[in-house]
Design a binder for this molecule. Sequence first.
Ligand SMILES: NC(=O)c1ccc[n+]([C@@H]2O[C@H](COP(=O)([O-])OP(=O)(O)OC[C@H]3O[C@@H](n4cnc5c(N)ncnc54)[C@H](OP(=O)(O)O)[C@@H]3O)[C@@H](O)[C@H]2O)c1
Length: 377
Amino acid sequence: MRSLTILGSTGSIGTQTIDVAKTLAWRVDTLVAGRNAALLVEQAHELKPRLVVCDEAIVDQVRDAVPPSTRVAAGREAVLEAAVHPVDTVVAAIPGMAGVAPVLAAVEAGRHVALATKEAMVVAGDLVWAAARASGATLTPVDSEHAGVAQLLVGEAMASVESIVLTASGGPFREGPEDLSSVTREQALAHPTWAMGPRVTIDSATLFNKGLEVIEAHALFGLPFDAIEVVVHPQSLVHAFVRYRDGSLKAQVGPHDMRLAILWGIEGTNRPELPYPRLPLDGVWQFEPPDLKRFPALALAYDAGRAGGTAPAVLNAADEVAVGAFLAGRLPFPGIAEALRVALERVPSMPASWDAIVETDRRAREETEHWITRQVS
Ligand SMILES: NC(=O)c1ccc[n+]([C@@H]2O[C@H](COP(=O)([O-])OP(=O)(O)OC[C@H]3O[C@@H](n4cnc5c(N)ncnc54)[C@H](OP(=O)(O)O)[C@@H]3O)[C@@H](O)[C@H]2O)c1
């Protein structure tokens, strides 16, 4: 029986991981969440974990309500403690910069990490690999496109790979309106194919999510940016392609169900039997190039990725702030990409040590917040 720690258990990836764990009768050792006390307590009663970690703001409420066999802890140190505890797999699904240090801690401790928190590879890919080399930790992607690429690479030599292609749904504004300045929060949150947390959903609408995934793919697979393509595929059924140097092309295909990518992240090629719906092979599958004029955040991510150092951390921090401002009604939709451009111009990039990443993250948040405040006033 497998044992799991789930970082971000009350979120979209976390709850789907629990669904898979219940289907396959895995043991959930530790649950880590933020402030959703009601769901965390419900999960604790259902799974009887050894440890539950939450935000300080809800710790008393959670401690009073979980089963007596479950220990409850709160705060940053407790999250890191949870990340390093020996289990078969740590599922990393805390979004944003908040999720990066727990991934690094798990990797430093030699764990197997099923990685949904793409930001870890985006802002600290080199540090993650250096830690993995030192500790023997292993890392499997959960992002569906990267899980797709990883599956396509099984049995293939990297030297025969010409390029990889990540698919993008195109988000809710693929077909319009042409002018995105008055689209609403509700429209942007209505993703056509995937049900995800709020930040990644807005990032899918701006195509910045695909930009993060391009940088993530560069860090995971060691390919140059020219060898990482993006194609818009509104049906989200082909998750990735790999082009080989002989001109052959393989696709990884499946229903848009993150539980399959989560399962890959945990089990790899073991492929246990699952009763989920099979994909019917019918209908029209479309592919088209991304519109970089309407969605400039994708091009900015390529720029930051090529610049390297802490430039991706600048974009990630600026995006977290700008998406928050858009969701709060303080910034129009096109302002998100504009905030990224401004942050990239104003915050200098430096070699990506952990201290430099943390300092860059702080500066980029500050610059972006100032810029947004000036736009509003
Ligand atoms: N959702 C998807 O289909 C999908 C697909 C591919 C990749 N990803 C990636 O997976 C990651 C998670 O995405 P998601 O959609 O699952 O996010 P989500 O639905 O917003 O869930 C986030 C989870 O992390 C917890 N959390 C947030 N900040 C925390 C902190 N500081 N300390 C501890 N826990 C914290 C939340 O707790 P509370 O809710 O209790 O506050 C929640 O459990 C992101 O990096 C995303 O890009 C997601």
